[in-house]
Design a binder for this molecule. Structure first.
Ligand code: HEM
Length: 499
């Protein structure tokens, strides 16, 4: 295939030519169509509802035969094709073929342009090719399972993390006691954010920022900036104009300064070799690490908060699973996420949370050259150069055909941690049944071990201290950089009557 120009794309679009090849090509989605939740492209008026934008790709797809209902493409406006897939086999194959080798996919940077403007372009998350490879060897190792999970190191982090979680939940406990009421209504998502940032900044990077400062200055700065990054990606010009008119630039500047100050604090532990820095052997100057530290601070706070918030939200709707987890954690003084045998119920809850409500709901890729992808079951798709690929993990994991009653024993869109036992009994291993909660292949999440430790501790400690019940009957999802429960995890807390 030849590289496409605007005119080339446009004429093919008008002629209705499918630019994909192989024995399992995707089917076309038109720009305008009936019965859709929204248009299948992000625009200033619908960008806050990305899950609906993806959903729009599958409206009417049931009429397609075979895999065409799960692999869809938009090809309009003279721009390169956009491929959206909720086909687990294709998602896996494309992730496995992402990297810096010739013919491999890049991570598509277009949906994260705002992140790069805020943190720098050379971070592990944003970069591609040789810069990505260098960043990976520079910073991924200290987070790796092999490093973090050496027993003496892990136990050290576990202890400081546990102290932080216990102290913060104790504040909630005190608040509850002071009301003199048996139940306290509270939104947990904002509380979880502060705990997550505190663990990262103080326990992991060896800083010493007070809880109040984190809560009053740094968390609001990161929340504002993360939202700004999304807006700045979708509509940079109109956003900049709007800020000029409203004087919001001053606010933006203030929060940027706070983020810079927090990054300095995280980096300052390097000289003292505190926290993670004790494991960090590299002579790279601080300036080379800066963008990654920024990505870690903002990205890790966002992803771990999403994960923990969803787990607690699901449990708040399920007294049955809450007591199952409680029966495990009530006497537990040490939590090792690698030792699943110690807390199988908690781990099933976490696995199911990532399946049903993944923090990162889509993974962007880009074809650098015409690329032939082959799934494990022998299906092929030729993806033309320049294609923007969206691996739609959210809808793949909710698709009845892949995760529903026939396969797992439970409806795909229901929170049912017991499905993991049912699958085990059927001989379906988690290696086969991938939910991609931490990605797959070369660009797999380097923070998985750290993230699982933090989330496991927060969820475990929460269940140990409180019973909690959702205020809303059903919790919807909202999405920006990551997904989160629409009700901010508003629950009624009740003390379990022991510290
Ligand atoms: C526990 C919650 C977390 C979840 C659910 C999560 C999820 C993910 C996923 C799905 C990816 C793959 C993205 C892709 O393929 O395009 C990823 C990549 C990444 N994650 Fe995480 N993550 C979490 C925690 C963390 C933490 C704690 C850190 C670091 C401190 C981190 C740092 C990164 C980085 C730097 C990448 C990019 C890696 C690369 O492209 O080579 N994550 N994460």
């Amino acid at each position: 295939m030849q590289p496409f120009s605007w005119l080339g794309h446009f004429s093919r679009q008008v002629l209705g030519k499918n630019p994909f090849g192989g024995n399992s090509p995707p089917t076309r989605v038109s720009l305008i169509g009936r019965g859709r939740p929204t248009l299948p492209v992000p625009l200033p008026w619908n960008y806050k509802e990305p899950l609906k934008i993806f959903e729009a790709f599958y409206t009417g797809a049931a009429r397609e035969d075979g895999w065409g209902k799960h692999n869809r493409y938009l090809y309009a406006g003279g721009i390169a094709p956009v491929l959206v897939t909720r086909d687990p086999g294709m998602i896996r194959a494309i992730q496995a073929m992402t990297g810096d080798k010739p013919g491999q996919f890049d991570r598509d940077t277009s949906p994260t342009a705002g992140i790069a403007r805020a943190t720098g372009e050379d971070s592990l998350l944003y970069s591609n090719g040789s810069i990505w490879r260098r960043q990976k060897s520079l910073v991924a190792k200290p987070f790796s399972r092999g490093n973090l999970f050496q027993l003496h190191r892990f136990a050290g982090f576990e202890q400081t993390f546990r102290n932080t979680v216990t102290a913060r939940l104790d504040v909630l406990r005190q608040r509850q006691l002071e009301t003199g009421q048996s139940r306290l209504r509270v939104e947990l998502d904002p509380e979880i954010k502060v705990i997550m940032l505190e663990m990262l900044v103080n326990n992991f990077f060896g800083g010493s920022v007070s809880y109040d400062e984190l809560r009053e200055r740094y968390v609001p700065a990161l929340v504002y900036l993360i939202d700004h990054m999304v807006r700045d990606t979708v509509a940079p010009r109109s956003q900049a104009f709007g800020r000029l008119l409203t004087g919001e630039n001053r606010l933006l500047e203030r929060h940027r300064k706070a983020f810079d100050a927090l990054t300095d604090i995280a980096l300052s532990g390097r000289k003292k070799k505190s926290g993670l820095w004790a494991e960090f052997a590299s002579d790279a100057p601080d300036a080379d690490l800066r963008s990654n530290i920024m990505v870690f601070l903002a990205g890790a706070m966002e992803a771990t908060t999403s994960f923990a918030s969803w787990a607690i939200s699901h449990l708040s709707h399920s007294p049955e699973w809450q007591s199952k987890v409680y029966s495990e954690v009530k006497t537990m003084d040490y939590y090792d996420p690698d030792d699943f045998a110690g807390a199988p119920n908690l781990n099933r809850v976490l696995e199911e949370t990532l399946r049903l409500t993944p923090a990162l709901y889509f993974l962007p890729r880009r074809a650098v050259v015409d690329t032939l992808v082959e799934t494990k079951d022998g299906r092929t798709m030729l993806i033309p150069k320049g294609t923007h690929i969206r691996l739609d993990v959210w809808h793949a994991n909710r698709c009845e055909e892949f995760w529903g009653e026939q396969v797992t024993g439970y409806p795909a869109d229901r929170f049912a941690p017991e499905r993991w036992t049912a699958m085990e009994e059927k001989g379906l291993s988690p290696k086969e049944m991938l939910h991609f909660g931490f990605g797959y292949g070369p660009r797999f999440c380097p923070g998985r071990s750290l993230g699982l430790l933090e989330v496991g501790l927060v969820v475990g400690a929460m269940v140990k201290l409180f019973k909690f019940e959702a205020v809303s009957g059903q919790t919807g999802a909202i999405a920006g950089v990551s997904t989160k429960p629409a009700d901010n995890v508003e629950v009624e807390l009740e003390l379990r009557g022991q510290g």
